[in-house]
Design a protein around this ligand. Structure first.
Ligand SMILES: Nc1ncnc2c1ncn2[C@@H]1O[C@H](COP(=O)(O)OP(=O)(O)OP(=O)(O)O)[C@@H](O)[C@H]1O
Ligand SMILES: [Mg+2]
Length: 408
């Protein structure tokens, strides 16, 4: 039997990642991957779909070359602070109470939950069910087949600006790739890094990327809150360029080679050479570099804490906070996070998938890997084509090849 292949395209502010995965039962394995430098994306929002389209094509072709498979259809990530969330509740009478709840009953309850007045410029991205209640009191996770008269559902809804959805879709479609679905970056990354136990106990995911920080909060195995903060690792680079009076590339290089969030890094007086503008070269203390980085990262955590308090869930996060995204690679970031957030913090890799080590061991690939996990779930949800129908299709195709059978 041929195992299905799935694809994901993560459109970030700094990079575009195209990943190809093989779905094997419950597991998904990354078999192909391609990266391109991003262009035309500002703080997670697609500002120039044409320029971005070229980068998507570059990443997709690299992924295709790496494994000899073609990407015809892909799940695509969407970011930016235009992405909003809200929670809602809906209910429906069960059509055949004693036969048990059927998928159509769930659909009606979900439709009621998501029916809300929405400005015309916004559209729904996700309606994630968080829990079901039968006959107004019994909480169940999966109500299918359980006898009840009334079904209620609580959902987490994610909405986005239509224009951003259009620009993102266009950049991918222009490369001849069909968009199977758009997934908010926060929810995609959560799929790749969070364990079922963390989601059950209460956890916040923070994907600190280049231009944005995505936040998603899970409790009782469902998502309760998600948002996008327009701040990320590029702001750290900008701060360093200002503080050290150097070009952005120099600041980025220093951040990647020597950057840290640890308070006591440097031996007293350890100095770093900084090539400035023109022939200007200066020397700065390594501790000064760390201080600039710490200040900005602490600000990112403070903004995240404000959102956690707004969600009302900050005291319920038994499993603490999980970090991913490229900026999570900064040494000492978990300790700084614990200081600011007053919660346990761990740095995660996208370990919910297997396969290419450079992908599943890299915190910046969380969103891309999450898209594959998401896609794999969709594949599993699709009813398999019965064998008899497969044979009929094959037979029909064969007959159409025989002379005199055309148009039968
Ligand atoms: N080892 C490292 N130390 C410090 N920062 C790093 C390291 N590796 C990557 N980064 C930073 O991570 C950021 C890129 O992260 P990532 O690839 O997750 O972002 P993105 O997905 O392109 O953007 P976004 O999700 O914000 O739209 C850059 O700012 C980069 O400088
Ligand atoms: Mg990202």
């Amino acid at each position: 039997m041929v195992e299905p292949l799935v694809a994901g395209i993560d459109i970030g502010t700094t990079k575009v990642a195209a990943l190809i995965g093989l779905v094997e039962g419950e597991r998904v394995s990354v078999v192909g991957a391609g990266l391109a430098r991003s262009q035309g994306v500002e703080k997670g929002i697609v500002a120039d779909p044409l320029a971005l389209g070229e980068r998507v094509a570059e990443a997709a072709e690299a992924a295709e070359r790496s494994c000899g498979r073609r990407i015809a259809r892909a799940f695509v990530s969407i970011g930016g602070s235009h992405i909003h969330c809200r929670n809602a509740r809906g209910q429906a009478q069960v059509a055949h109470p004693l036969r048990g709840v059927e998928p159509e009953d769930i659909q009606r309850a979900m439709a009621e939950a998501s029916a809300m007045a929405m400005p015309p410029e916004r559209q729904i991205l996700h309606v994630c069910p968080r829990g079901f209640w039968l006959d107004d009191s019994v909480h169940v996770r999966d109500p299918i087949g359980v006898a009840a008269y009334e079904l209620a559902v609580e959902v987490h809804m994610v909405t986005a600006l239509r224009s951003s959805v259009r620009n993102t879709t266009r950049a991918v479609e222009d490369c001849g790739i069909e968009v199977a679905g758009l997934v908010s970056q926060a929810l995609a990354s959560a799929e790749a890094v969070l364990t079922d136990e963390e989601k059950e106990l209460g956890v916040a995911l923070l994907d600190i990327g280049g231009g944005t920080t995505d936040l998603a909060v899970y409790l009782n195995s469902g998502v309760w809150y998600s948002c996008v903060l327009p701040i990320g690792g590029n702001h750290i680079t900008g701060d360093l360029a200002v503080a050290l009076h150097c070009p952005l590339e120099v600041a980025e290089d220093i951040k990647l080679r020597l950057g840290t969030c640890a308070a006591a890094v440097a031996a007293e007086g350890e100095r770093v050479r900084v090539p400035g503008f023109g022939a200007n070269t200066t020397f700065v203390e390594r501790a000064e570099i760390a201080a600039v980085i710490r200040a900005r990262v602490a600000e990112i955590f403070s903004m995240a804490l404000r959102e956690l308090k707004r969600s009302g869930l900050d005291n319920l996060l038994v499993a603490g906070v999980v970090l991913c995204g490229g900026t999570a690679n900064l040494p000492g970031i978990a300790e700084l996070g614990e200081e600011v957030l007053n919660l346990p913090v761990r740095v995660a890799r996208p370990s919910r998938a297997e396969g290419l080590a450079w992908v599943v061991n890299e915190a910046a690939q969380a969103t891309g890997v999450g898209l594959l996990v998401w896609a794999a779930r969709e594949v599993r949800r699709m009813p398999p084509v019965p064998r008899r129908r497969l044979w009929q299709r094959f037979e029909r195709a064969l007959r159409s090849l025989l002379p005199g059978e055309v148009g039968r």
